[in-house]
Design a protein around this ligand. Structure first.
Ligand code: MLT
Length: 262
């Protein structure tokens, strides 16, 4: 199984991603926030690529079961119900709700991946679930780091370290025949350099420093807590839902082990 890592997804288009197996990684904060929202009972997340599309879609859905969430420059978009802080996505707020989700980088990468064969949303908070999923499918995977549209390089260290951690754990697993690529080796090297303290690493990244400056240090702490939300958000139709096994588990039923679809 070959694992490839994309550090700069901005040139990718949906046709290239069609039919592929993909994990979108946006540690700060979209992937983390989606994991928290679904864990707290949100019905589904509908990722969109633009505010205009968010407004258009929400016009055609029932207002009492739909929320609009997302950010621009890290802050809540005018007219939206929620920003992109995982702390806002409490059970009281999101339970049973469909959330139209529009962020600068994360939701764009998810939207572009909407024709994937399998799409999972990955972060440190659910990393073991992501690894289990990749091992279960056992086909080539693309780890797409959502990146940073507003920086010159588009490169995001925290996403790359998270991708590197996935690669590292898979390569340490004797049951997996992993074929490395240059990008997966590079991400693994980043994880080895920066992975000892995820919180320290994230506080020092450009986006981590920016989030701290605008008052979201707590979000970084949530995002750094490995496996604190052991659930898997996956693409199901055009929306992102809790993977069926995890949904059953959340309802108190015994999870079954061999399903791949959502
Ligand atoms: C993004 O999609 O660019 C983000 O998740 C930014 C953020 O809200 O921290």
């Amino acid at each position: 199984m070959k694992i490839d890592v994309r550090f700069d997804p901005f040139e990718l288009d949906e046709l290239e991603l069609r039919g592929k197996n993909i994990v979108v990684v946006d540690v700060l904060r979209s992937s983390t926030t989606i994991a928290v929202a679904l864990n707290n009972g949100a019905r589904e997340i509908i990722p969109v690529e633009s505010i205009e599309n968010a407004v258009k879609i929400s016009g055609s859905l029932f207002g009492d079961v739909t929320l609009r969430g997302g950010e621009r420059n890290g802050k809540t978009i005018q007219g939206f119900n929620l920003g992109n802080s995982p702390l806002e996505y409490t059970e009281a707020t999101v339970k049973g709700k469909s959330i139209i989700f529009c962020t600068t980088n994360g939701s764009v990468a998810m939207y572009k991946s909407r024709f994937a064969q399998n799409l999972a949303i990955g972060a440190f908070v659910n990393i073991s679930k992501v690894i289990e999923f990749i091992k279960e499918i056992r086909q080539d995977f693309h780890l797409i780091c959502a990146g940073r549209a507003n920086s010159f390089s588009n490169f995001s260290l925290e996403d790359s370290v998270c991708a590197g951690m996935i690669v590292h754990k898979l390569s340490a697993d004797k049951s997996v025949a992993l074929e490395s690529t240059d990008s997966s080796l590079a991400s693994q090297a980043l994880y080895k350099s920066y992975g000892r303290s995820l919180l320290k690493m994230m506080k020092n990244t450009e986006h981590g420093r920016y989030l701290t400056e605008i008052g979201f240090l707590e979000d970084i702490k949530i995002a750094a807590a490995e496996d604190s939300y052991p659930i898997l958000p996956v693409l199901s139709g055009n929306v992102i839902k809790l993977r069926r096994d995890d949904a059953r588990h959340a309802d108190g039923e015994t999870p079954s082990t061999s399903k791949v679809s959502a």
